[in-house]
Design a protein around this ligand. Sequence first.
Ligand SMILES: Cc1ncc(COP(=O)(O)O)c(C=O)c1O
Length: 394
Amino acid sequence: MAKIPIVDLNAQYQNIRDELRRAIDGVLESQRFILGVEVERFEKEAAAFLGCRDAIGVASGSDALLLALMALGIGPRDGVLVPTFTFFATASAVAHLGATPVFVDIEPESYLISNERVEAVVKERCLIDGEGLVEKKNGVRIRAILPVHLFGEVCAMSELVPLAAKYRLRVVEDVAQAFGARVGLTGGAKAAGAIGDLGCFSFFPTKNLGGIGDGGLIVTDQAELAERLRMLRVHGESAKYTHQLIGLNSRLDAIQAAVLSVKLRHLDRWCTERVERARRYHELFVATGLIGKEVVRLPAAVNGTSHVFNYYVIRVRRRDELRTFLAEQGVQTEVYYPLPLHLQPCFAYLGYRKGDLPNSERAAAEVLALPLYPELTAEQQQTVVQQIAEFYRK
Ligand SMILES: Cc1ncc(COP(=O)(O)O)c(C=O)c1O
């Protein structure tokens, strides 16, 4: 194992071991594993935490995205605006429904989409008519936008939501990496995921709120969407063996829900600890004098709650060489994500070319995620930064 792993789930487990074991034992004693009281309780707690009317537990973050788009009735002849610099599931959910992902570039500083980047797509690739947007290339009606709060940082929703309204787009937030992030909006602070029509979360074990297996959640304030989602996750059943819709089998397990209820109680503290560690990295890096030279960029937002640092991602020169050097020193790193989605082989049919979305392509060649988790120590962080400085001294 790496001396400094990119994430250390065991450290967290040891701190809450007894609480978790009690919760899992409770489920085992009940022998009720599918939906039931634990899932209902966690859904209520998550809805209260996020400030939403409804929360619907599903089998994964990928399914959350798929089900959210199904609930909106997205299908063939529809397009969905999706960042190209994100995890694959954001776009595959669109393609699974026969709809077309319409890829949007990111801002180089934040790795997030913005109004400017969306307007660039509108100008270059869309027609505007009385109902909104049509992508010129294949004539699909663009029906939704899928902002991804990448690495734990919330997109500029106070600008994106009015833009979506202007073009009559539904807003589905991909909050897989940002459970616990909050932003100030007119009318008060809101949780990431509670701003658009629907918010989709993942409980993959390495997320800020992680389960002990796969899990996901969809939140909404719209009762009608919630009702559809509750049907869609059980094969579209409205009453036993009556199928109102063609849905999926996609439910959150009782064991996952019981574990997540325990972890949710710790989440605010863990988010604060992540932000503190991000701030420490920032100070350590500034002291090296590498910023703006070999280390091209640090994450910008280290203040407040709008970035909960699921990942701490920097941009560097000679990234792959640095990564190999760090691995030799026992420092584990990752690249999220080395190939933007518009250049993935499976999306070749969409006809994008290298150079089409340059900010994302450049980011893919330069980003490096460093170890970050609530239990990471100051000494470990010093070692990481010292080793990076050492590499560039050579
Ligand atoms: C941005 C993003 N979207 C979607 C997903 C999919 O979530 P899951 O792995 O739970 O299916 C993930 C996580 O893996 C993600 O990081």
